[in-house]
Design a protein around this ligand. Structure first.
Ligand code: CTP
Length: 397
């Protein structure tokens, strides 16, 4: 089990790090939290202890016989500091060792990631710029803060990235930072299409877009240039990803046709409506005498099957990945669907009854056109995303 030291700095964003901690432990990491004295003023020791399932060391003077100021860093596979305040960056750059976290930073020989969060002025100050440059020149990974709402009324650069993005950065650092999708263009569709019945109603589905967004974040973390075709998703835009919003299946078909040119990989993770109302009604349908008016439906194009057909016709070198949502007979339906759609990989997952839709975790079987079957056990959607990219990378090579 990878050993992670999670250093928490004294910033209000410490509250977001609780969620990162939860995600790290749930995805199979053993996490030792080392909060600074300032961090403990924002989030108390019991929270860190309960979420990590481990005692929390806060000072070099606790359990001195175990030499914690040296051991904590020596035994880590990753040290992740979030929020990395201007003060922590300065101390780390100067090599100070006046608390357990700074001692740990000096003894660690594993990858070290800093996730800075502070007000824009502090981030842009020449002193902070110089400290960041020093840390990067020594091999530390210093993430760029996100832009947006800061504490109080301020907005600007300096926000701690969202927990899902921090988790991706941690996983990438643990993998040795392999940028095995560098130089590759990938297009991913996510979410669920909405087919308008009238201006206020639609036919839709339960897709939250979480699996597609996890694919986009992990691909970006592995160095890909990512375009995310997002159908009705209420999630924050992943950092470093170009997001194109679409509504209906026809919108998505148009966006896929425009974006797939020059892409090395296309992943259809979205739930596309098979049918749409045949007539588009311009004004709200009224109840008439308590009798529902029938809605005539017409079939939408199969975008995935169309992608495969045009790739083969044009002889393009493009890896195409489909998803299959099945409620029963999952493998048999998956195999038939792979055959029918002709894609290179089909990620088959069971949906319904609270499974897959809207959840943080997923479980799937990935079927390859070459007959391979890879089972991905129940776990965070990022794990499944990374397994899919592993299989894609093997095919690209
Ligand atoms: N898909 C698509 N265009 C459609 C329907 C589905 O591109 N009109 C894609 C989905 O994005 C997914 C794959 O096809 O990658 C399978 O989707 P799914 O809904 O499981 O399959 P369907 O083709 O709708 O088949 P069925 O309704 O028989 O299960």
């Amino acid at each position: 089990m990878p050993q992670v030291v999670l250093g928490v700095g004294g910033g209000i964003a410490a509250y977001k790090v609780c969620e990162l901690l939860r995600r790290l432990t749930e995805s199979g990491h053993q996490v030792r939290v080392v909060p600074t004295a300032g961090a403990l003023r924002f989030v108390g020791e019991p929270t860190w202890a309960a979420l990590s399932g481990q005692p929390v060391a806060t000072a070099v003077w606790d359990g001195v016989h175990e030499v914690p100021h040296v051991r904590t860093g020596q035994s880590a596979d990753l040290v992740f500091v979030a929020p990395a305040t201007a003060n922590i960056l300065a101390k780390a750059a100067a090599g100070l060792a006046d608390d357990l976290l700074t001692n740990t930073l000096l003894t660690a020989r594993c990858p070290v990631v800093f996730a800075p969060a502070m007000h824009t002025e502090m981030w842009e100050h020449p002193a902070t710029r110089a400290n960041v440059a020093t840390l990067r020149s020594r091999g530390a990974i210093v993430l760029d803060p996100a832009e947006g709402r800061l504490t109080g009324a301020d907005t600007g650069k300096g926000r701690l990235p969202e927990p899902a993005e921090l988790l991706d950065a941690a996983r990438t650092a643990l993998r040795g930072g392999a940028a095995d999708l560098a130089g590759r263009r990938v297009v991913i569709s996510a979410g669920g299409t909405r087919e308008a019945i009238d201006p206020v109603r639609f036919i839709g589905n339960h897709s939250s877009g979480k699996q597609g967004y996890a694919l986009a974040r992990t691909a970006a973390a592995r160095g890909a240039e990512v375009t995310l075709l997002s159908a009705n998703v209420a999630l924050p835009d992943p950092a470093g990803v170009r997001v194109v919003r679409v509504g209906s299946a026809l919108d998505l078909a148009e966006a896929v046709a425009a974006e797939r040119a020059g892409a090395d990989v296309v992943v259809m993770a979205s739930a596309v409506a098979d049918f749409r109302p045949a007539a588009s009604v311009g004004s709200k349908i009224k109840k008439s005498g308590g009798r529902p008016a029938p809605i005539e439906l017409t079939e939408n194009p199969d975008i995935l099957a169309g992608l495969v057909a045009s790739r083969d016709e044009e002889g393009l070198a493009q890896t195409i990945v489909g998803f299959a949502a099945e409620t029963d007979d999952v493998l048999a339906h998956g195999r038939a669907k792979l055959e029918r759609k002709g894609c290179d990989l089909l990620v088959v997952n069971q949906v319904g009854n609270g499974r897959a839709f809207g959840t943080e975790d997923n479980q799937a079987v990935v079927l390859g056109s070459d007959g391979t079957v890879v089972e991905v056990p129940f776990g965070p959607k990022e794990d499944l995303a990374d397994r899919v990219w592993d299989l894609v990378v093997a095919r690209l090579a």
